[in-house]
Ligand binder design. Structure first.
Ligand code: FE
Ligand code: FE
Ligand code: ZN
Length: 276
């Protein structure tokens, strides 16, 4: 069964997200672990958590994908900001232990002029401090559009991080279709070629989730502006081909398109109708 969901608000708790996901035809979902701009996470309500776990099982929801706040920059030049990123990630992962099978996705960071390689070293240093053997959540590096000084605009930049992570078996990659397109990869014209490059550079077994988004901008624009499926430069057929690709079919897909719930419901229905 195709695993597809979208980004949901976590404001009303876990059970509400499960019900919302189900109501729009989703069987998984993504959520921010805290305000996307940073700040403190709300305390977990044990009753909500227990009700969620029971309901998720009943509805046969696949485990959710937690997304770190955007403000987290593991390769900031400022040690205080790196410490904030480290503490936030450690706290997020501690909470996620309550949700079996959940994964945690984060933007590798912006090297702010230090260079991509120095950035990769700082990101790996953070991960080496945060990842401990008692944690069960798989941590995903997201492929980035390469806006500003973002690290992760190429598969090789992600490889450079993973190569330096000691507990790399706790890591994986989340491929964002808008980001890789904006980063220059031709997923519309040569999906097989892009996936072959991914496999050569990172190994397809590292790919654990897909953010399914169209892009407002042309390939290589490094802009990162998501668009509704079929309304952007990647196009509907190319995005459906991603979902149907034999190497990707078992992965969970998450929409981060500019939609309210009815729009998400329509996109999920469309993908299900076309891709099973
Ligand atoms: Fe993201
Ligand atoms: Fe994304
Ligand atoms: Zn994005």
């Amino acid at each position: 069964m195709l695993k597809i969901g979208c980004h949901l608000s976590s404001a009303k708790g876990y059970l509400a997200m499960a019900e919302t996901a189900h109501s729009i035809g989703a069987n998984t979902f993504q959520f921010f672990t805290r305000n996307p701009r940073g700040g403190k996470a709300k305390a977990v309500d044990p009753a909500d958590l227990a009700a969620y776990l029971a309901r998720a099982e009943e509805l046969e929801l696949a485990p959710p994908l937690a997304h770190a706040p955007y403000t987290l920059n593991c390769c900031s030049a400022d040690p205080a900001l790196r410490e904030f990123a480290r503490n936030t990630m450690a706290d997020d992962l501690a909470r996620l232990e309550a949700i079996p099978g959940a994964m945690y996705n984060f933007h590798p960071g912006s090297h702010v002029g230090q260079g991509a390689d120095a950035g990769a070293a700082l990101i790996a240093e953070q991960l080496n401090q945060v990842l401990t053997p008692d944690l069960h959540t798989t941590v995903l590096l997201e492929t980035m559009a390469g806006k500003g000084s973002e690290v992760g605009r190429t598969f090789q930049e992600l490889r450079d991080i993973l190569d330096r992570v000691e507990r790399s078996e706790q890591m994986g990659v989340c491929l964002d279709t808008c980001h890789v397109w904006d980063g220059g990869y031709d997923i519309a014209g040569d999906l097989d070629g892009v996936l072959e490059e991914f496999d050569r550079t990172l190994g397809l077994e590292q790919l654990k989730a897909v953010h399914l988004n169209d892009s407002m901008n042309s390939r290589g624009s490094h802009k990162d502006r998501h668009q509704k499926l079929g309304r952007g430069e990647i196009g509907l057929e190319a995005l459906l081909a991603v979902v149907e690709h034999p190497a990707l079919r078992e992965l969970p897909f998450y929409l981060e398109t500019p939609n309210e719930l009815p729009g998400y419901a329509a996109e999920i229905a469309l993908v299900r109708e076309r891709c099973g």
